[in-house]
Design a protein around this ligand. Structure first.
Ligand SMILES: [Zn+2]
Ligand SMILES: [Zn+2]
Length: 898
């Protein structure tokens, strides 16, 4: 027995084969493009997961897709490269390490200083930074680990600074005061993507601002009463008839005793409340715009740490929420609080720390986006990049048309420090990739570098080419640029994908990838967000441990269609996986294939696995079963290939599942037994060849989706070449498509189904062979049945078959009709008629009683009136079901009574 045969002698055990074959592939260098130097390049750079990350279901789906595509392309003969790496994830990583230092040493970053903190973060990164990439290996990802990149590795960091300098020189980077998202807890600007809108049960406070010099009082409503301290105006719609006379007059801001103007601005919605809105330019992005249009002052009343500033008057120094209570109480006392409504609304929170965001006007570094947007709008409009599905291309165009400038500075220490120095002596500003030693204007050495770092997305915007060595001209850039596919979730289409297109167009004058594939989001079984903090998270490693990596991939891809989000059916309690019927089903599928492989091999004892005859189809195939399986096989090759080409992983998985389970295992293997167990040696050899050829091709088809089991089995089957991972993709041979065979086989399956159904309902013991009489009308049907007698006998457990147009219906026989074929199974001598008769009678009595009760209930007016409609409906359905069963049982009894 060879090693391979020993593997197959055991039941399917994913854990063993996963480790064995992953190491094998990796050692052989199959993941590297160098392995196939002459192929056409096909390249993907993965969206770099955060270096702090741990594999969640979203990653698992994303990388099941990545790896399926790259394996498919590798088998198609491409020189494939899937380039992995991680993102330094500025704020996430810094927070994690800061937290650790606080927990162990009770020190803040300010206690230990910038240099020491960075040292600690690098040490953390060395230790834990590749956790998530290891988890991708566990999933089977065949990425080129020798090319792994990190957004802060030396070369990549240079590319980032180079970009800053080039943008600055173009006039695209500027320092200015704009509204930004500020986290008072973390003390930094954060990106829109890090803002999580949470629905909060709160109130709407209606406040009266008394009119000045005969102006009318104005009632405004706000969800944040503390911000009124910073109001510098009240706006009404220019066409609002109620306020025409008030425009240009003033109201008195309560608590601050500051007269503020009533301005006409279209931002005010006449349909809402009084039609008047307070304007707080320093604390609301929309108010900020209104303020700019009317020259209203920006008064900052909430400071960077979330407490009230000196400009908040009596409330200075209070926390913003303490101040809110004070303001409401004071207004009430003054009789200016008109009313308080309950009000639920979305409040922006920082997703990492849960703190409510303050929108603040701040002096920061920005990228002016208009020119960059205009640079790539034609690319999207002319479909130079394909989006799958296409609607995301249209959304991206909309977004670009209304683009806002991008705040790129962050008040963090971990990240790419902004390469801008200011001379303390002459105020010269120096922007440079390398640290300047002296001032270029006055020669002073007193140069101060900007303390901020760049937004993490500024660096990831260069990912598809900076990972290949840009700005240097490397071999990889020559060979693998532009890349072919970018696979991403929809949440980062704008903040990331669009910016990659911009930088590639600007620096390389070309698109960075040919296609953007937007994959579904994985949700809980009831459509909720999967999240660890909600207790609804599933750790994919648990799925892998329980069901295997192949079943995990299959279960995700089986549900991965063109747009619908995936509702993963697993039962989860407190982030613990209870069970997943779909993963279970996929695991059973793997088992089925494994067992089919064992069966085929057990029936090839005498054959030499190297025999080329087992790798080619025999001459002169005419048998129905053979023609049928070859037709379905070639159809499946065509369908799965098309599904993978069009990223319909669900269709590919389903096509494979149907073919392997229903066609190959359930029917062909069963039919093959007739010849495998027969006396005709040549027929046995022929069917062995077909079993092997079709199975080997099926393993190739399965490989992109279920790489481990397919490789493990392929190695034990007759094959050419060293490994399945680099075997050629099967081609569909149209000549084998055989509609006649498929039609005949379908009829045969129906007839066998009818015989099996009779066996079941009449309780014929499974091992007992029966005689069956077929009354046929057409010559076609007679011919099909005659030709398939051996198969029918095997599949239906039939002893003798009688076929003909003029046969009589035997007495005491159960019957069925399939098309124009009548089927009779004589029961005398097959089952004990008396026992069966008694059983049927007893069952009929029971059913009649149940049916009587049900009829009484449904006849009851009170029940019909009071019970919910769905309950009544369910009872009616039960009644119908009972009636059908009863009729069947009575029919069966009548047969026995003959
Ligand atoms: Zn925060
Ligand atoms: Zn100077």
């Amino acid at each position: 027995m060879s090693d391979q045969e020993e593997i197959l002698a055991k039941p399917y055990d994913p854990e063993t084969i996963e480790k064995t074959w992953y190491d094998f592939w990796h050692k052989k260098g199959y993941f590297r493009p160098e392995f196939r130097p002459d192929g056409t390049p096909y390249t993907i750079t993965i969206p770099p997961p955060n270096v702090t990350g741990e594999l969640h279901m979203g990653h698992a789906l994303q990388h099941a897709i990545h790896d399926s595509v790259i394996r498919f392309k590798r088998m198609q003969g491409f020189r494939t490269l899937c380039l992995p790496g991680t993102d330094h994830a500025g704020i996430g990583t810094q927070m994690k390490v800061e937290q650790q230092i606080w927990e162990t040493e009770k020190k803040t970053r300010h206690d230990i200083g910038r240099t020491e903190l960075l040292k600690r973060i690098w040490a953390w990164k060395e230790k834990y930074g590749s956790t998530i990439l290891q988890q991708l290996r566990d999933l089977g990802c065949s990425y080129d680990w020798s090319r792994e990149r990190f957004t802060m590795d030396e070369g990549y960091a240079r590319a980032v600074l180079e970009t800053f300098v080039r943008f600055y020189e173009k006039g695209w980077i500027y320092r200015g005061k704009r509204m930004v998202n500020w986290c008072p807890q973390c003390g930094t600007v954060i990106s829109d993507l890090e803002v999580e809108e949470k629905e909060i049960q709160s109130h709407l406070w209606h406040i009266r601002y008394p009119g000045v010099d005969g102006a009318p009082d104005v009632v405004v409503a706000t969800t944040r009463p503390e911000t009124m301290l910073g109001d510098t105006g009240v706006a009404v719609h220019p066409t609002d008839a109620r306020w025409q006379d008030a425009i240009g007059k003033q109201v008195m801001l309560p608590l601050m005793n500051r007269a503020i103007p009533i301005v006409a601005d279209e931002y005010a919605d006449p349909e809402m409340g009084s039609g008047a809105v307070k304007v707080t330019p320093a604390h609301d992005p929309n108010d900020n715009e209104v303020g700019k249009r009317h020259n209203l002052a920006e008064i900052l009343v909430i400071g960077l740490d979330g407490t009230m500033t000196e400009d908040a008057g009596a409330y200075a120094g209070q926390d913003r929420y303490v101040c809110r209570k004070g303001v409401v109480a004071a207004l009430e006392e003054l009789g200016l609080l008109v009313k308080i409504d309950d009000h639920n609304h979305a409040v922006p929170h920082h997703d990492r720390c849960g703190t409510v965001i303050e929108p603040l006007p701040m002096e920061q570094w920005f990228v002016s986006m208009r020119d960059l947007a205009d640079l790539i709008l034609p690319v999207l409009r002319e479909k130079q990049i394909e989006y799958v599905p296409d609607r995301f291309r249209e959304y991206s165009i909309d977004w670009l048309e209304n683009i806002r400038d991008w705040c790129i500075s962050r008040q963090l220490w971990w990240g790419h420090r902004i390469p801008v120095w200011t001379c303390e002596d002459c105020n010269e500003v120096i922007v440079s990739v390398d640290s300047p030693e002296v001032c270029t204007a006055c020669g002073s050495q007193k140069l101060i570098q900007d303390p901020d770092v760049l937004d993490t997305w500024f660096s990831s915007a260069l990912w598809p080419f900076a990972t290949m060595g840009w700005p240097d001209e490397t071999e990889d850039l020559k060979a693998h640029r532009p890349t072919d596919l970018m696979i991403t979730g929809r949440d980062i289409l704008y903040l990331w994908v669009i910016r990659m297109i911009m930088t590639a167009e600007e620096f390389l004058g070309e698109i960075p990838f040919k296609t953007v594939l937007v994959h579904p989001t994985v949700q809980t079984r009831d459509g909720k967000r999967m999240s660890k903090s909600l207790g609804t998270g599933i750790d994919p490693r648990e799925l892998i441990a329980r069901y295997g990596a192949d079943a995990t991939r299959l279960s995700l891809l089986y549900q991965c269609g063109s747009s619908q989000d995936i509702r993963f059916d697993a039962e989860v309690k407190d982030n613990k996986l209870e069970e997943s019927p779909i993963a279970e089903m996929c695991r059973n599928f793997c088992n089925k294939i494994w067992n089919a492989a064992r069966f085929v091999q057990m029936n090839m004892d005498e054959r030499d696995i190297q025999d080329p005859a087992l790798r080619t189809l025999p001459e002169g195939i005419s048998d129905l079963a053979d023609r049928w399986i070859l037709s379905l096989y070639n159809r499946t090759v065509k369908q799965v290939t098309h599904s993978l080409e069009t990223y319909r992983f669900d269709e590919a998985a389903r096509g494979l599942y149907e073919f392997v389970w229903s066609a190959y295992c359930d029917w062909y293997v069963e039919m093959a037994k007739v010849r495998l167990n027969g006396d005709d040696a040549k027929a046995r050899e022929q069917v062995q060849s077909i079993l092997c050829v079709v199975f080997e091709g099926t393993l190739r088809l399965m490989h992109p989706i279920a790489p481990f089991i397919s490789e493990a089995l392929w190695q034990t089957f007759p094959h050419e070449g060293e490994a399945l991972i680099i075997a050629s993709w099967p081609e569909s041979n149209e000549a084998w498509l055989d509609e006649a065979a498929e039609r005949e086989m379908a009829q045969l399956q129906e007839v066998v189904g009818a015989v099996r159904n009779i066996r079941g309902t009449m309780r014929i013991p499974p091992g007992k062979r029966v005689d069956v009489v077929f009354k046929t009308v057409s010559e076609d049907a007679t011919a099909i049945l005659l030709a398939a007698q051996n198969y029918m006998k095997e599949l239906g457990r039939i002893e003798n078959m009688t076929i003909g147009a003029d046969v009589e219906r035997p007495s005491q026989s159960a019957s069925a009709v399939v098309g124009d074929i009548e089927i009779f199974v004589p029961l005398a001598g097959v089952i004990d008629l008396d026992v069966e008769r008694q059983r049927l009678e007893k069952e009929i009595v029971g059913l009649e009683k149940a049916l009587g009760g049900l009829e009484k209930k449904l006849g009851n007016e009170a029940f019909k009136k009071n019970a919910p409609a769905n309950v009544v409906e369910a009872e009616r359905a039960r009644q119908a079901e009972y009636q059908t069963t009863l009729a069947k049982l009575q029919g069966n009894l009548a047969v026995l009574a003959e």
